[in-house]
Design a protein around this ligand. Structure first.
Ligand code: PEP
Length: 249
């Protein structure tokens, strides 16, 4: 049985004053059925860990370096993230791919290092609008899956987020049928590559403009095990109803 997962990606938003939002989520969802992961900026991880030592929230980071340690000025290793309180790391977000020229192979290398350090990884995949319009979505996803997911995985430490790039931060959301098609496809591909035991234990999140008013419909889709949420995770009053909808699904 896969435990549902609501993950909040704060991106480059948030300073000390915003820690109150994480505290509010932790307090409001003590009995949550779903797992809740908050991924604030790295600078807040250690202080946020005060609210996540017990209770429903675990912490995630938004990236890690592909090296274990060493001469990589400004970069952060998986071990450092664990030390700061994170147990998850988001990898291959489309903003990292676009802003830092990260390719699938980098994502795979980062996943390997994070998994080796003991973290759980949320690997992001998704097509551009032009690729969707050219009906290439499944080919794009197949390629990203093949190259971004390392060969040696344990299903319960891998989470995959399907995030159509054109839906991130835009208020546009694919149809329920489009979400279902991609999630079913990812599950089938995982099964072909890793066998059904591992494929069945990988959680598949949908991400892209999930809001309180569309969450329940998205969570009703087969093979959607939760959401990766950007904008609506910044404020507890917006994220809470999404978590409630997931609990109820
Ligand atoms: C994201 O950044 O992963 C995301 C899905 O953002 P938003 O929910 O704001 O579209």
């Amino acid at each position: 049985m896969r435990r549902k997962l609501a993950a909040g990606n704060w991106k480059m938003n948030g300073t000390s004053a915003d820690l109150a939002q994480i505290e509010a989520i932790a307090q409001a969802h003590t009995g949550a059925l779903s797992e809740i992961v908050m991924a604030p900026p790295t600078t807040l991880l250690h202080r946020a860990s005060e609210f996540t030592k017990t209770g429903p929230v675990t912490l995630g980071a938004q990236d890690c370096d592909k090296h274990e340690n060493g001469a990589h000025t400004g970069d952060i290793s998986a071990e450092m993230l664990i030390d700061a309180g994170a147990s998850y790391v988001i990898l291959g977000h489309s903003e990292r791919r676009a802003d830092h020229a990260e390719h699938d192979e980098d994502v795979s290398a980062k996943a390997q290092i994070a998994l080796k350090a003991g973290m759980r990884v949320i690997i992001c995949l998704g097509e551009e609008l032009e690729e969707r319009e050219a009906e290439n979505t499944l080919d794009v996803i197949a390629g990203q899956l093949a190259r971004s997911i390392p060969a040696d995985i344990s299903g319960d430490r891998l989470v995959i987020a399907y995030e159509p790039i054109w839906a991130i931060g835009t208020g546009k959301v694919p149809s329920i049928e489009q979400i279902a098609e991609v999630h079913d496809f990812i599950r089938a591909r995982l099964e072909e590559r890793f066998g059904s035991r591992i494929a069945r234990s990988v959680r598949l999140l949908y991400g892209g403009s999930v809001k309180p008013n569309n969450a329940a419909a998205i969570f009703a889709v087969d093979n959607v095990d939760g959401a990766l949420v950007g904008g609506a995770s910044l404020i507890a009053d917006d994220f809470s109803p999404i978590i409630n909808a997931l609990d109820a699904s």
